[in-house]
Design a protein. Sequence first.
Length: 61
Amino acid sequence: MTHTFYIALSYSVTASVALCLIGWVWLDGRARRRELAELEASGIGRRSSQPKGDAAQSYKP
């Protein structure tokens, strides 16, 4: 095994792993957005989407 082959193999394995991780994160993000859309369509909203006035009124020290 030559040094050039070893270096090329190392870079290709690293690039493959990085591309797989990027793909996994991208696909998982799409799935989470789809789940959020389904929840919001069923009437379940997020607390972060409340209007500013409602958040101030709901605060009780």
